[in-house]
Design a protein. Structure first.
Length: 259
């Protein structure tokens, strides 16, 4: 990956939960819309000790709070690629959640197409395949009241936050920018990714279905392993113990295979 020029301040994009000079594999997390790197904090405890664990931290949240959120998928993906490029010299995995799944997929696709490298495994959660038509209107174009209704439907934002206009005046623009990343009319679906993938989905998630999850096979030229949870969209919290265990299993299997 030496042919990619690192972005200025590229390490701002990465929160390193675990990083050491003897690492033999790396995991990169891609958070859900409105989420930050800390959403994945602590999940590395069951990984092998020689696995680095990084999370993408986009502008507009946590230590990057005062930076302008990015709403362009092309810009976002190119910045991620430049930021992670110094760390792709050993086998690496991507883990994406919800909108983060689509971003992880697009980063992997572009790495494969443009630079001839790809994750050894792709783990995607809580998102139907992007080659299917959208189920709902683009959230990035919603007005304030409709956006609040959608946030209540997902039920992860406390009601006291939703009622606080000062908090929401900061949170909603950032959230809209995040949704705009994936509210594109279509994602490139060729060439297919040459890797194995694991898809996590919640049986009670209104925005996914078994057919929508199976459709990822159209985009992936490899084995597709599907793991079902009983919860809704945020089953990573509703079934946190199972989610952590299944994720650790995926990482250990890849570690045993590629390290």
């Amino acid at each position: 990956m030496n042919n990619i020029e690192p972005a200025a301040g590229s390490d701002a994009w990465l929160v390193k939960f675990r990083h050491n000079s003897k690492a033999r594999m790396r995991v990169f997390y891609f958070p859900y819309a409105g989420g930050s790197a800390s959403a994945f904090s602590g999940m590395e405890t069951n990984f092998p000790g020689d696995v680095d664990v990084f999370a993408i931290q986009a502008p507009g949240r946590e230590q990057r709070f005062h930076e302008q959120p990015i709403s362009s998928l092309d810009l976002y993906v190119s910045q991620v690629i430049k930021s992670i490029s110094p760390y792709l010299s050993i086998p690496f995995l991507f883990v994406g959640y919800s909108n983060g799944s689509l971003i992880a997929y697009e980063v992997a696709r572009r790495l494969q197409c443009l630079y001839g490298v790809a994750p050894v495994h792709l783990t995607l959660a809580a998102r139907r395949a992007p080659n299917l038509p959208p189920l709902r209107p683009a959230m990035s174009g919603m007005n304030y009241d409709d956006m609040l209704s959608e946030l209540r439907r997902y039920s992860r934002v406390p009601e006291e936050f939703l009622q606080d206009e000062k908090i929401m005046s900061i949170f909603i623009p950032m959230l809209k920018a995040d949704f705009a990343l994936c509210d594109v009319t279509s994602f490139a679906t060729t060439p297919r990714l040459k890797l194995d993938a694991t898809i996590f989905w919640g049986k009670q998630d209104e925005d996914t279905s078994e057919e929508g999850i199976q459709a990822w096979q159209d985009l992936i030229d490899g084995e597709l392993n599907i793991v079902q949870f009983q919860g809704g969209h945020f089953f990573c919290y509703d079934e946190e113990e199972k989610f952590s265990a299944e994720l650790a299993r995926v990482v250990r299997n890849a570690h045993d295979k590629f390290v």
